[in-house]
Design a binder for this molecule. Structure first.
Ligand SMILES: Cc1cc2nc3c(=O)[nH]c(=O)nc-3n(C[C@H](O)[C@H](O)[C@H](O)COP(=O)(O)OP(=O)(O)OC[C@H]3O[C@@H](n4cnc5c(N)ncnc54)[C@H](O)[C@@H]3O)c2cc1C
Length: 378
């Protein structure tokens, strides 16, 4: 049997694409993942969804996805609600350059209908009680940015929804791709083969290895990211997410009371570097969020971003390889943009034309150096 579409990778991106594909048309869709559904970064992410971005394209993708998530429970008939809470995101600058970048981003966001605003240190401290305003040059605030209380419920609902719509899920990795005369041949980890007219590779940082089997170079690298967690704290101390852009530090109290803190620049061997990262977090807390000074963070969790040179995703058809598609390089925003990417890929495969902004997200942009780097990265 030749499937209409094979999707490789059952993270939030692949699940969203598969779910959208079967909403658009009756067709045969198969989804491959040898590690199991949601076993990559999709099960590590703590559930952040924001619309404060620094390029028009990212703002639009975030708005569309946020609207989808606002209606998620009814649209997906979710058995467990992911619990979207609009807690607000505060991006804090401590340098003039940092403030200017936030001001530019806010102007762009406002022009796209995202009602973020620039605030001074005192107002920042009103918005985030416990924040030390001294030395803050400016901050941007958007009260609609939020967090899912149960982010894994998104994976669960998309998984159930995809099965309900008729997606076939196969717990095998795809090892090699080959273009045959009439279809793509996928060689699986157990040596079996499958055939599909279209293949969408949504395998995050494993994507380049698969694309190499057809001679395509994909500039996606695997970048480790680390989250420190405290034990649950009974008092509510930090409901909004606070991100300190110049010192690459972020903190937020989650729904279960546990405190999340991250040194966003953490890099290196976790065994050797754990104490250094921990010190950075504790110093940042002492300087900026002294209300958290007594919290300890005994748990360290590692996950991986799939990173591109311009920090923008690669989504769309691969030129010169008829029926081969990419949806990877999510650069730390895969959960919050999965609904838009699912809709876009499904629409393109259904209509045969590329909706905006897929042309801008093409792999070809690296060959012609037509890059629009995303500046609001954490
Ligand atoms: C610490 C951390 C915090 C984050 N916080 C947020 C956040 O707050 N908000 C947000 O939006 N995003 C966040 N992200 C990013 C987000 O988790 C990812 O962008 C998103 O999960 C990517 O989804 P994906 O489906 O593209 O990739 P993944 O979830 O990584 O899924 C890829 C899948 O492909 C499978 N696969 C790989 N190779 C093959 C193969 N050869 N054959 C078959 N299957 C294969 C893997 O097993 C995996 O299941 C965070 C990431 C990390 C690491």
């Amino acid at each position: 049997m030749t499937h209409d579409v094979a999707v490789i990778g059952a993270g939030v991106t692949g699940l969203s694409i598969a779910w959208h594909l079967l909403g658009a048309q009756d067709r045969s869709v198969v989804l491959f993942d040898g590690q199991g559904v949601g076993s990559g970064a999709s099960s590590i992410q703590p559930g952040g969804v924001r619309q404060q971005w620094g390029t028009r394209m990212s703002c639009r993708l975030a708005i569309e996805s946020f609207r989808f998530y606002e209606a998620f429970d009814t649209r997906l008939e979710a058995k467990v609600s992911p619990g979207l809470t609009k807690c607000g995101y505060l991006f804090v600058a401590e340098t003039e350059a940092g403030r200017q970048q936030l001001a530019d981003n806010v102007a762009l966001q406002n022009s796209e209908g995202i009602m973020s605003r620039l605030v001074d240190g005192d107002e920042a401290a009103d918005l985030v009680p416990g924040l030390n305003p001294e030395g803050i040059t400016g901050a941007s605030w958007h009260d609609q940015d939020g967090y899912f209380d149960r982010p894994l419920a998104i994976i669960g609902a998309l998984h159930a929804g995809a099965l309900e719509r008729g997606v076939q899920i196969v717990d095998r990795n795809v090892q090699r791709l080959e273009r045959g005369a009439s279809a793509w041949k996928l060689t699986l980890s157990d040596g079996e083969v499958a055939f599909a007219d279209n293949v969408v590779v949504a395998a995050a940082y494993a994507t380049p290895e698969l694309l190499a089997s057809v001679g395509v170079d994909t500039p996606i690298t695997k970048e480790p990211k680390y989250l420190f967690y405290s034990n649950p704290v009974a008092q509510r101390l930090l409901d909004p997410l606070a991100v300190f852009v110049d010192r690459h530090f972020a903190a937020k109290q989650l729904a279960d009371g546990s405190m999340l803190a991250s040194d966003l620049s953490a890099n290196g061997d976790p065994d050797a570097m754990r104490n250094t990262w921990y010190r950075h977090i504790k110093e940042s807390i002492r300087d900026r969020l002294p209300v958290l000074d007594l919290i300890s963070f005994p748990v360290l969790v590692e996950g991986f971003y799939d990173v591109t040179p311009d920090k923008q995703p690669i989504v769309g058809p691969v030129t010169g390889h008829d029926g081969l598609w990419l949806a990877a390089g999510l650069n730390g925003r895969g959960l919050m943009m999965a609904p838009a990417f699912g809709r876009l890929v499904a629409e393109a495969l259904t209509t045969g034309s590329l909706p905006e902004p897929l042309p801008e997200l093409s792999l070809d942009r690296f060959a012609v150096d037509a890059l629009t780097p995303e500046p609001q990265i954490v």
